[in-house]
Ligand binder design. Sequence first.
Ligand code: SF4
Length: 358
Amino acid sequence: MRLILSNPRGFCAGVRMAIDVVDQVLELFPNETIYVYHEIVHNKHVVGRFERRNVKFIDQLSEATTGAIIVFSAHGVSPAVRAEAVQRGLRAIDATCPLVTKVHSEAIRYARQGYQILLVGHKNHQEIVGTAGEAPEATQVVEHPDNIPFLLIKDPNRLVYLTQTTLSTDDAKIVIDALKAAFPAIKEPPSSDICYATTNRQIAVRQIAPECDLVLVVGSANSSNSVRLTEISRNVGTPAYLLDDASEVDLSWFPTGNETVLVTAGASAPEDLVAELCKMLLTKFGGQIEQRDIFDEDEYFAVPGTLRRMMIARDIDPETRKVNIHKAEITHDLYGAVPLTISASATNSGINSQSTNN
Ligand code: SF4
């Protein structure tokens, strides 16, 4: 079997920061119950590992004890939730990804300028609920072009569209093109709201999947960007499966055992699960891993100011406690001595091509 391992894959900077926040809070306050509002990131293993360390994930702030620490997840919350946390006397630490916060800021700014906001995304996704909550009177969610005839538009010359950060770039284009056709004067966000991590992982799949028999995406079913990776693969004609871990592999996916398989992971999926999947497939079918470098990501988001101030109050220098969750890499600890080559994409020449074997 030939396993092509996509680079980039797995944890993005926002997810690394959010997970690190909970890790740091657990260390700083070992005797307190730590609450997290919704899943810190959309991955069942990440959540399960924190639950085993007694972190409580709640969907209502009323479930938290007065005065407790509450961490807001990477997907962001509305101002109403932030206000309720204050009113309940909770100590809030906001682990919202800065790229989600950017979209919140755009919503606030455009609403203040008198624009109606057409927010492209999945209506019930926590990120969309949070962003829409910044300017509820000015915002309408658009999931599909079919929604456009039902929008209540006051002035077609005072419209702007914004998007969820984790959409499929293919699907978003269809909705945005339909909005532009219906409202030619609609304003665009200053830069794409679909984040770098979503975009990069999708470009990698679009580029590599056509040479593969199938694509395996490690991620949870409620992870928007993970699901989108399977859709991108199917759009280019390659079957794709989403799986939480190696235990969900169905051997009937590999009728010959000689398949070429692209392995990637959503932005909230831990690398150890990817490694377990690769090792399981190699043990079963033999073969080798080829890491394909499409983009080398080096984004880094610092932990929030609230947490830094909590550290300083305890005489801890925040500079010594920088985010310590690493991006996905093939390490000997995780992968062991697998047969491995690493190659750069011909179209992304910023990465050095090399061949190695650990
Ligand atoms: S997927 Fe994008 S928006 Fe979401 S946490 Fe990661 S970097 Fe931030």
